[in-house]
Structure formats: structure tokens, C-alpha cells
Design a protein around this ligand. Structure first.
Ligand SMILES: Nc1ncnc2c1ncn2[C@@H]1O[C@H](COP(=O)(O)OP(=O)(O)OP(=O)(O)O)[C@@H](O)[C@H]1O
Ligand SMILES: O=C(CO)[C@H](O)[C@H](O)COP(=O)(O)O
Length: 298
């Protein structure tokens, strides 16, 4: 944990909605007048899209699987190093993985390639990570230990697959069959690297649809905000003002002592109400540090 250079991470599987949620987080940063250095989880893939296709074939020939969820296809050491560097110095490097032609054309590159590494801007208030592995811990690497506020974004799995299948086929140019086989191929890594993170998060936001999603493969649309609820689980946080949240968020209720449920359309609002005071607290700590009132290391 770094009072001086705090790190906030939103972690979730492919299609969970981490990019979508980033809009709510950016809104909070703007309201608080904070400058955030941003990094994306996909930047830590080891391979471009054509290279990954080769790696998938090589693995298959050896009777193995490689997926974007696992350590073979992602450089966890580099991600840990980036977090460590920001935590200690407020600096680091970033690049982007370009998924679509719309993203790639401004760089004069092809989809499925990386932009060159660049320095993060100087003098930012915090580092914001959005992606697959913000809370990853393996035998070799511990990314989670540098994160001051770790948020999990976890739709129930049928909804996650619907979101992934529809997004990947309509925006990223993949066939339905290719997306399906990538989901199947990713299963081991999903259990080994993705899901354990959600027991390390401070808060999880889990979208639960109220329409039938029992066959995600055949779904034509993503359930809308009005067709879902969001289950929000807090871990190890003593000062959550539940009465205030219940009063402010119409239609919300508690389902457990640490769990708030809000209508799907209120997810952005709930996120702002919950996350804003937490970020304010991180900033107060940072300020104390800068004025020398907080011992180093706290
Ligand atoms: N709360 C939501 N309500 C409705 N649709 C959503 C919601 N969150 C995400 N989606 C949709 O789900 C799809 C996947 O979302 P998004 O691209 O944000 O996922 P991601 O977690 O960033 O995935 P990746 O890591 O693969 O980039 C998008 O089509 C997005 O519009
Ligand atoms: O979302 C993903 C992981 O988070 C993608 O599966 C991965 O980044 C590869 O992207 P693409 O299919 O565009 O090559």
C-alpha cells in the first residue's frame, strides 16, 4: 500500500465490463479534480494477435491450452514491476493493445498489435488499472499487494459470456465459433488466475440479470441495465455507511450484512457514492504524507 502514490485497480474477466466501468471511475476522478495515470491489462499480453494464433496452435499440438487469462500469455512480472515502480516513484511505462480498426487506425497499425511503450505522465495523483489481472497472485508474482483499492467486476458467468460473445463478434471481428472456442480453451486459466482475484478485492460488483440467460450461446442481446440487479459485496471494510447508501439509492436493499443490492440502472451512481469517499481517503493520506505528517510506509 502506498500513501504517496496510490493505485486503484478494476479487475475482471474478458467481457466483464471493466472498460465500460472505467467511464464511471473517470467521472469520479474528474469530480475530485484528480489526474490519473491509466494502464490497461491487455497491454501485458506477451503476444500480438497473429503471434497468439501461432502459440495457440503450438500448444494444441502438444495437447495443452494457452489463453489470455494465464501466465503463458501475460507478463505478470512486468505488471508487478509496473505497480511497484508507480508505488515507489509515481512513474512507470504504458502501452496499448489495439483491438479494433477504430483503435488501430490513428496509430497507423493493425488491430491485434501493441503501441510502443511510453512513459506515464509526470505528477499524477494516482494510477488507475483496468483489466484482467489487477489482483493476481501466483507463486512467482504478487500484483495485488501494491493495490490500495481493488474492485472486482464480475457479472454472473452466463452474462459475462453473452457480453463477451456479442462484443467480440460485433466489435472485434471474431466469429461466434472462435469466441466459443476461446471461452472453452480459457477455462483452466479462468479458475486458476481470474476467479481467485475476487476473494482479494475490497469490493465486488456482480451484475445479475433478471431475464432468462440460460443459453448464453444463442443470446442476441445483452440484458439491459433495467433487466438486471447489481450485487455489491464489501470485504473487510468497517466504515461503510449502509444506511446512507440505502437512503440514497432507490430500490436498493441489503441481502447480507456486507452485501448491498441495487437496481442495474443505478450501478454507476452506486459506484460513485461508494468509491468517491474511498478515493478521498486515499488522497487525504497522500496529502498527510506529502506534508510529512505520516510516517513512510503507511
Ligand atoms: N453494465 C452494463 N450494462 C450493459 N452492457 C454492458 C455493461 N457492462 C458491459 N457491457 C457490455 O459488455 C461488453 C463488454 O464490456 P467491456 O468491453 O467493458 O468489457 P471488458 O471487461 O473491458 O472486456 P476486455 O477485457 O475483453 O476488453 C460491451 O459490449 C459492453 O457494452
Ligand atoms: O479481451 C481480451 C482479454 O481481456 C481479449 O481476448 C484479448 O485482449 C485479445 O484481444 P483480441 O481478441 O482483440 O485480439
Amino acid at each position: 500500500m502506498s500513501a504517496k502514490h496510490p493505485i486503484i485497480a478494476v479487475t475482471g474477466s474478458s467481457g466483464a465490463g471493466t472498460s465500460t466501468t472505467t467511464k464511471a471511475l473517470r467521472h469520479i476522478f474528474r469530480n475530485l479534480d484528480l489526474s490519473a495515470a491509466s494502464i490497461e491489462g491487455d497491454s501485458y499480453h506477451r503476444f500480438t494477435r497473429p503471434e497468439m494464433e501461432v502459440e495457440i496452435r503450438k500448444a494444441q499440438e502438444q495437447g495443452k491450452h494457452i489463453s489470455y487469462f494465464g501466465k503463458e500469455a501475460n507478463d505478470f512480472a512486468l505488471l508487478e514491476e509496473t505497480f511497484k515502480s508507480y508505488h515507489e516513484t509515481g512513474q512507470g511505462k504504458f502501452r496499448r493493445y489495439l483491438h479494433t480498426f477504430d483503435q488501430a487506425v490513428p496509430y497507423n497499425q493493425m488491430p491485434g498489435t501493441f503501441t510502443p511503450w511510453q512513459d506515464l505522465p509526470d505528477d499524477t495523483d494516482l494510477l488507475y488499472y483496468e483489466g484482467l489481472h489487477g489482483g493476481v497472485v501466483t507463486d512467482e508474482n504478487d500484483v495485488a499487494k501494491y493495490v490500495d483499492l481493488l474492485i472486482g467486476l464480475v457479472p454472473i458467468v452466463n452474462l459475462e459470456w453473452i457480453q463477451k460473445i456479442i462484443r467480440d463478434t460485433s466489435d472485434r471481428g471474431h466469429s461466434r465459433e472462435a469466441v466459443m472456442s476461446s471461452i472453452i480453451r480459457s477455462m483452466d486459466d479462468y479458475f486458476n488466475y481470474i476467479t481467485p482475484q475476487f476473494s482479494r478485492t475490497h469490493i465486488n460488483f456482480q451484475r445479475v440479470p433478471t431475464v432468462d440467460t440460460s443459453n448464453p450461446i444463442s443470446a442476441k442481446d445483452i440484458p439491459t441495465a433495467d433487466e438486471s440487479f447489481v450485487v455489491i459485496r464489501f470485504r473487510g471494510m468497517k466504515d461503510v455507511n449502509f444506511p446512507f447508501l440505502l437512503r440514497m439509492i432507490d430500490g436498493s436493499f441489503m441481502s447480507r450484512i456486507n452485501t448491498l443490492v441495487v437496481p442495474g440502472g443505478k450501478m454507476g451512481f452506486a459506484m460513485e457514492l461508494i468509491v468517491t469517499p474511498l478515493i478521498e481517503k486515499l488522497m487525504e493520506k497522500k496529502q498527510l504524507h506529502l506534508t510529512g505528517s505520516l510516517p513512510l510506509g503507511l
